[in-house]
Ligand binder design. Structure first.
Ligand code: BES
Ligand code: MN
Ligand code: ZN
Length: 503
């Protein structure tokens, strides 16, 4: 795998090798280093911008190869647009755009000359945000690609790029980066988990990954089939019946808060592969269902982030790991299971399996930990992609304050959520003929009835459900992601915790 970039911070100075990235606003005014380089190259930068009709638009970039008069091989110009209008997330995007220029040039050394054309100082926060964007953009999942014939191994696997962010506030930025890099690493962990194919990452392998968080001081327990049967988790266990892989429930605890402080809890759907079971899915696109553990991946990545940066919070992460397969022993449509809460569920469609897994994971979490709130993440419904596409996760909640906080954290981090309704009107749709509730409500309001179903298992705790079917996997390319697995949820929930639940 192409290694992730190695990022450091230093004071502004003339670039010496590799690629220099300079920034320009939409009036084409350059920062100090940019102006110096322009002078040293006899105006090559200004000329190149003119010839290419480069307008300094936000996130646009221009690559200039080997200008005479400087020591670097290339200069990349990245547009900042209207500097005064840059929002927090835009600084990540700038870092991503700059890293894009580094990767395109296959440069091993890069310096980002982080200066504003208006002479205002770039803050340490902004510099650290640029580094987050660069690191996330530098992520590739190419570990299964063998080098093409004739291509040297070293060429196909370039070394980690060394990126120096040159900024006045370098010392403070480096300090911030120590914690922020842990958050970026949490998102990268989530991406890796989502990208791994299901033959490599089954339930046991995923549980092992969760267990590895012990290195960071997270307490991790793994429950197996027997323990879960004892607890009465028949909704979760029913899903796992068709698979040769054993179900696992991973419970992660990060105790960074005060001893008696009530924890916050995050619960993830971890279906390592979703064939649909006996209600089998069509073949086209089924390969994407290796990502049906995107919720669990985000929870695992979040626990990495919180522990890595030693967040002052008590946080619980619970992930239900199963595989949904058809088999002689698989669950059937019409089967009735009794969840841990005691509620009976008629399984109308074995492909609506995520809510069955979460029913027991949510109930277990509130019952054991009595958290201040529960937030679950799940690639739960195709319908949320029809409703919101790939740019917002669906937010369903019984709590306005929690919803507002999530919405705000989403705007700050660029991991946006959009609140959808739930309510008693939708209950009728999941009333069952033969049990307390059924696991599907038909086509209308498909994402809402799924959320409505989950609400039966939260015991009136403040709760939010994030339907990440369109955002955690199959996500579009952006400045900070090459697409598909985005790591959605890690930065969002880390921010929620940082803003509201740390003392
Ligand atoms: N894992 C799928 C949802 C999904 C679809 C995630 C597309 C990502 C991309 C989920 O288990 C599922 O199959 N949901 C069904 C529910 C239906 C049977 C009520 C769906 O969305 O079709
Ligand atoms: Mn399904
Ligand atoms: Zn699923």
């Amino acid at each position: 795998m192409a290694e992730l970039p190695n990022i450091s911070f230093s004071k502004p100075s003339a670039p010496k090798k590799g690629i220099a990235v300079i920034f320009v606003d939409d009036t084409l005014a350059l920062g100090a280093t940019g102006s110096e380089l322009d002078a040293a190259t006899d105006g090559a930068i200004t000329r190149a911008m003119k010839v290419a009709e480069f307008k300094g638009a936000s996130m646009a970039s221009l690559d200039i190869v080997a200008p005479a008069g400087v020591k670097v091989d290339r200069i990349a110009v990245v547009g900042m647009g209207k500097i005064a209008e840059l929002a927090e997330y835009d600084w990540l995007r700038l870092g991503g755009a700059a890293m894009g220029a580094v990767s395109a040039g296959k440069a091993e050394h890069a310096s980002f000359h982080l200066e504003r054309a208006d002479g205002e100082a770039v803050t340490a926060e902004q510099a650290s945000d640029v580094a987050i964007g660069a690191k996330l953009r530098g992520y590739n999942f190419d570990k299964y690609k063998t080098p093409k014939k004739g291509e040297e191994k070293s060429k196909a696997k370039p070394k980690a790029a060394k990126v120096a962010v040159c900024v006045e506030s370098h010392a403070a930025a480096a300090d911030l980066w120590k914690t922020q890099e842990e958050v970026a690493d949490g998102a990268i962990l989530a991406r890796n988990l989502v990208n791994e194919p299901a033959n490599v990452l089954g339930t046991e392998e995923f549980a092992k990954k969760a267990k590895e968080l012990e290195k960071l001081g997270v307490e991790v327990e793994i429950l197996g089939e027997k323990e879960m049967a004892k607890l009465g988790m028949n909704a979760l266990l029913g899903v796992a019946r068709g698979s040769a892989r054993p179900p696992k429930l991973a419970i992660m605890q990060w105790k960074g808060g005060k001893a008696k402080e009530q924890p916050v809890a995050f619960v993830g759907k971890g279906v390592v592969f979703d064939t649909g079971g006996i209600s089998i899915k069509p073949a086209a696109g089924m390969e994407d269902m290796k990502g049906d553990m995107g919720g669990a991946a985000a929870v695992t990545g979040l626990m990495h982030a919180l522990a890595g940066r030693k967040a002052k919070v008590n946080a619980i992460g619970v992930i239900g790991l199963v595989e949904n397969m058809p088999d002689a022993d698989a669950q059937r449509p019409g089967d009735i299971v009794t969840a841990m809460s005691g509620r009976t569920i008629e399984v109308i469609n074995t492909d609506a399996e995520g809510r069955l897994v979460l029913a027991d994971a949510l109930w277990y979490t509130q019952d054991r930990f009595k958290p201040a709130f529960m937030i679950n993440l799940a690639t739960l419904t195709g319908a949320i992609i029809i409703a919101l596409g790939h740019h917002h996760a669906g937010l369903f909640s019984n709590n306005d304050e929690l919803s507002a906080r999530l919405t705000e954290a989403g705007l700050a981090t660029g991991e946006k959520v959009w609140r959808m309704p739930i309510g008693p009107e939708y209950e009728k749709l999941i009333e069952a003929k033969f049990a307390d509730i059924k696991n599907t409500g038909g086509r209308p309001a498909g994402s809402i009835t799924a959320a409505q179903f989950l609400q039966h298992f939260v015991n009136d705790l403040p709760w939010a459900h994030l339907d990440v079917a369109g955002t955690a996997m199959g996500s579009p390319e952006s400045e900070i992601s090459k697409g598909w697995a985005s790591g959605f949820g890690v930065r969002l929930l880390d921010r929620l915790v940082r803003n509201h639940y740390e003392d």
